[in-house]
Write a new protein. Structure first.
Length: 239
């Protein structure tokens, strides 16, 4: 299978920090866009997001990790396993890892925007939208809040790039638990983890990316000591 070479356009780009991915998405993410990183349990969604933030920190950017699942010390510990010292950047004021108890959320949209504006962050992670189902009891309210959050994040005028994670339930047909995020987000990247013949394989698919001539197919991934690597030779072509 021939290697993928995606022609870059004139749209400004922000490097993803994921080895091999930028070449598949026209050079990187588009500023002021929101991207959904989705997949099943254990596919590397949080790792993907940490790697994205680490790239920004190395370039002097300010970053925020909003967590509704893991505590800050757990995120820091997970990142440290790959040699990423988030604590150093937290101490210097360049990075924040903010945990919010989902059961204590009142107006997450306003708080998230205020924190982004206060720090002047350009790279933001929101992990995970799937927790919203524990807070908002009716499907209508849940979808309304999700839509409001994503739209608000797109109005932050710092040339920000936002990654939001969502978990796909086993046997689910959609790209997120609530079927909202993938339609409102500007891009969707799906992470897969499959077992064939006793061996396990990671894969990545770019399902959607506005204003981008992105690659189509299923691309093998590997988790190394330096994070996620994406091979630019697809295993399955998609229309």
């Amino acid at each position: 299978m021939a290697k993928k070479e995606i022609k870059k356009d004139d749209v400004p780009r922000v490097s993803s920090g994921i080895t091999g991915l930028d070449e598949l998405i026209g050079g990187g993410f588009v500023p002021n866009d929101v991207y959904l990183i989705t997949g099943g349990t254990g596919t590397g969604k949080t790792l993907f997001c940490c790697q994205f933030l680490w790239e920004g920190l190395q370039k002097g950017e300010k970053c925020i990790f909003f967590s509704l699942e893991e505590l800050p010390q757990d995120v820091i510990g997970d990142a440290a396993a790959f040699g990423w010292d988030f604590q150093k950047y937290i101490d210097s004021g360049q990075c924040q890892i903010i945990y919010k108890d989902p059961f204590e959320l009142i107006d997450v949209t306003t708080e998230v925007k205020e924190q982004i504006e206060k720090l002047g962050a350009t790279r933001i992670v929101f992990d995970s939208t799937s927790i919203f189902g524990m807070v908002f009891k009716t499907p209508h309210e849940l979808r309304q809040r999700m839509y409001q959050l994503i739209r608000t994040l797109k109005t932050v005028d710092h040339h920000t790039v936002v990654l939001m994670t969502a978990e796909i339930e086993e046997e689910a047909k959609g790209l997120s638990r609530f079927g909202v995020e993938e339609f409102v987000a500007d891009g969707v990247i799906v992470l897969y983890y499959v077992t064939i013949g006793g061996e396990s394989f990671g894969n990545l698919q770019i399902r959607k990316m506005r204003r981008t001539n992105h690659a189509h197919g299923i691309f093998p991934t590997k988790i190394t000591k330096n994070g996620i690597n994406v091979e630019n030779e697809s295993t399955v072509l998609m229309k």
